[in-house]
Design a protein around this ligand. Structure first.
Ligand code: DAT
Ligand code: MG
Length: 149
């Protein structure tokens, strides 16, 4: 089953939006398989954003991610990688559609609240980077027959 990595960044945690953000993934019907609050090390932040290491915003991005706790999650479901990105919205909250997390709660690209993996392969790498196997729960939601044919 497809999985994705989602992280509520320090701005989302500081602004008390963890509950509302988690609710959107639950309401959609995705299954929560991992959840923890992380004080991110510089090493983890740099590894996570390695693909952006040559970008001008890299240093500021790393400083931001390590500036407070991050709520790290793994969600599971059919099409969850693209589905989570839809719920999250465009990278810049100003252009993100209303109804998306960034569109509803954000103003600034450097404070865009949340990360979601951009592809199935990236999701695998990010889940391995952030979670140990034993931190991921193997469970079957009892409502599953009401969400899937
Ligand atoms: P996304 O988080 O939507 O996958 P990304 O992978 O292109 O976006 O960039 C990672 C993060 O880097 C993004 O969430 C916010 C920051 N970022 C991206 N482009 C930026 C820019 N032009 N200026 C400042 N920060 C930027
Ligand atoms: Mg990205």
């Amino acid at each position: 089953m497809e999985r994705t990595f989602v992280a509520i960044k320090p701005d989302g945690v500081q602004r008390g939006l963890v509950g509302q953000i988690v609710s959107r993934f639950e309401a959609k019907g995705f299954k929560l398989v991992g959840l923890k609050l992380v004080s991110v090390s510089r090493e983890l932040a740099e590894q996570h954003y390695d693909v952006h290491k040559d970008k001008p915003f890299f240093k500021g991005l790393v400083e931001f991610i390590i500036s407070g706790p991050v709520a790290a999650m793994v969600w599971e479901g059919d099409g969850v990688v693209a589905g989570a990105r839809k719920l999250i919205g465009a990278t810049n909250p100003i252009t993100a559609e209303p109804g998306t997390i960034r569109g509803d709660f954000g103003l600034n690209i450097g404070r865009n609240l949340i990360h979601g993996s951009d592809a199935v392969e990236t999701a695998r790498t990010e889940i391995d980077l952030w979670f140990k196997e034993e931190e991921l729960a193997d469970w079957e939601p009892t409502i599953a027959p009401w969400l899937h044919e």
